[in-house]
Design a protein around this ligand. Structure first.
Ligand code: COA
Length: 261
């Protein structure tokens, strides 16, 4: 399936969303953000899809930020409406997406691009990637969660440094900061991310879903509430057919076949 702004492909139980505006370095305009939200909504309800990969078309960019062209002439009221519209809030859609979602960062990953990558669960970068939050250079601040997710990933000092300066960091520096989990040669990026996605897709979808719910709570709820939620979800998952299959397969020394029930 394809539309103008994103491409979608599936391989086994893994779906890939490719932002497809390479001539604009995959900058996120409103139709693109809405297409991402729509695609994630579809994948959420498709039991055949267990893991989603997000990447950018072309050699140069993952996503070079919000489409700056859209800012020109837009009224504050319009901007407020756009940012608060759930149909176009790709950042929240990725964060709330109840299945694992991996960003394959194949180039410039700036502004809203970096924010969207941070809203994904895992970030793997090509050695050519450059990451940063350059909004300050436009007299702006990040509006897709950057002020909240960046300090949680890299700590306050480095978050302030990146947000105050707008400087880009190399993939290796992003790895050192904890902004990405892995850096691989550009040619190996998609094979590596697909292998990781396939490995995760072979696990119990039930357990994956509740791991994600519990981990999301770790940055939102006080520790005691998070721990209580974890124990509750553990009890819930304990009743799944997948759990019974996982334990049985271990005892029978075979690979489990998880059905997502
Ligand atoms: N919004 C809209 N268009 C963008 C864009 C963005 N965020 N980033 C790049 N583009 C467009 C450029 O305008 C250019 O379009 P054109 O060919 O029609 O003129 C095209 O993508 C290629 O970009 P270009 O700037 O020529 O590439 P470069 O290799 O010289 O520079 C960057 C790459 C990423 C350093 C530079 O494009 C840039 O700084 N982009 C903006 C990043 C940013 O501030 N993002 C946060 C937005 S809030």
């Amino acid at each position: 399936m394809a539309d103008d702004t994103i491409l979608i492909s599936t391989e086994g139980r893994v779906a890939t969303i490719t932002i497809n505006r390479p001539d604009k370095l995959n900058a996120l305009n409103e139709p693109t953000r809405a297409a991402i939200v729509t695609a994630l909504h579809k994948f959420e309800h498709d039991p055949e899809v267990r893991v989603v990969i997000l990447t950018g078309a072309g050699e140069k960019a993952f996503i070079a930020g919000a489409d700056i062209g859209e800012f020109d002439g837009r009224t504050p009221v319009d901007q407020f409406r756009v940012m608060n519209s759930p149909e176009a809030n790709a950042f929240e859609a990725a964060d709330r997406f109840p299945k694992p979602i991996i960003a394959a960062i194949n180039g410039f990953c700036l502004g809203g691009g970096c924010e969207l990558a941070m809203a994904c669960d895992i970030r793997i970068a090509s050695d050519r990637a450059k990451l940063g939050q350059p909004e300050i250079n436009l007299g702006l601040l990040p509006g897709g969660g950057g002020t909240q997710r960046l300090p949680r990933l890299v700590g306050l000092g480095d978050a302030y440094r990146l947000l105050y300066t707008g400087d880009m960091v190399t993939a290796d520096e992003a790895l050192r900061l904890g902004l990405v989990s892995e850096v691989v040669p550009a040619a190996d990026l998609m094979p590596r991310v697909k292998a990781l996605a396939a490995a995760i897709a072979s696990k119990s979808p039930v357990a994956l879903r509740y791991i994600k719910e519990a981990v999301r709570a770790s940055v939102r709820a006080p520790m005691d509430e998070g721990l209580r939620l974890e124990r509750t979800l553990f009890g819930l998952v304990f009743s799944s057919a997948d759990m019974k299959e996982g334990v049985k397969a271990f005892l029978e020394k075979r690979k489990p076949d998880f059905q997502g029930r």
